[in-house]
Design a protein around this ligand. Structure first.
Ligand SMILES: [Zn+2]
Length: 221
């Protein structure tokens, strides 16, 4: 073992002592660092991807790890407490449990928050997730879309109202030639009716993307 290896093994040991791996759901200690213990992990049942219409002639698929329920639900809700770790864990689950790692794509585009909301919260969950997935895949995160107006919270609105609420709230903020004709993956934590994802996808269409797909941690079925 050379000096560098020794340093990293000591660092690894120290990080285990100071933050021992625990299950994010039932909090029991784990032998290996992972998001959930085996029995909590078994509660996550995979779901098939759904098609979503962007325009009359174009549709996209939404790929999700699972339904919006425990144990993943708590990780999504942790963003209210400025919990960046849980965002990384959601991204880790996407990496482990979806086909993203086997796909070919050129850009990761996180769903943006309006700056007032991200200033209040301190971070954007989708952004943190996209950066984590970028490290895993080597594909760049590009903030191509900006939220141009503050929208009310979507919870409690009907599907139609949600779409009206977000319809014109995203704008494409970079039309560089290098982003044209690419395979784009939109990243978010949660999809409910698909109104937000659809509005983001629509704002990307002037780039004439070769393909658009959305990958999220959970989906309300
Ligand atoms: Zn557990």
């Amino acid at each position: 073992m050379d000096l560098k290896q020794r340093f990293f093994s000591m660092f690894d040991l120290a990080s285990k002592i100071f933050s021992p791996p625990i299950c994010s759901c039932c909090k029991q200690f784990l032998h290996e660092r992972s998001v959930f213990c085996n029995s909590c992990d078994k509660k996550i049942s995979p779901i098939i991807s759904l098609p979503l219409k962007i325009t009359q002639s174009r549709q996209m698929r939404i790929m999700a790890v699972c339904e919006y329920k425990e144990p993943v639900r708590s990780l999504i809700l942790a963003k209210r407490y400025r919990n960046c770790l849980s965002s990384n864990q959601l991204a880790q689950l996407i990496w482990e449990k979806t086909f993203l790692k086997n796909m070919e794509y050129d850009l990761l585009v996180p769903v943006p928050l309006h700056w007032t909301r991200s200033a209040k919260r301190g971070f954007n969950q989708a952004n943190v997730m996209a950066n984590y997935l970028s490290k895993k895949s080597g594909v760049a995160v590009v903030n191509l879309v900006k939220r141009c107006r503050q929208t009310g919270y979507q919870a409690g609105l009907s599907a139609e109202k949600r779409y009206e609420n977000v319809k014109d709230s995203f704008v494409l903020c970079d039309k560089k030639e290098e982003y044209k004709g690419k395979k784009i993956v939109i990243i978010d934590d949660l999809v409910t009716t698909g109104a937000t994802i659809r509005a983001v996808a629509k704002s990307l269409l002037p780039l004439k993307p070769k393909s658009i797909i959305a990958v999220v941690a959970a989906r309300v079925v």
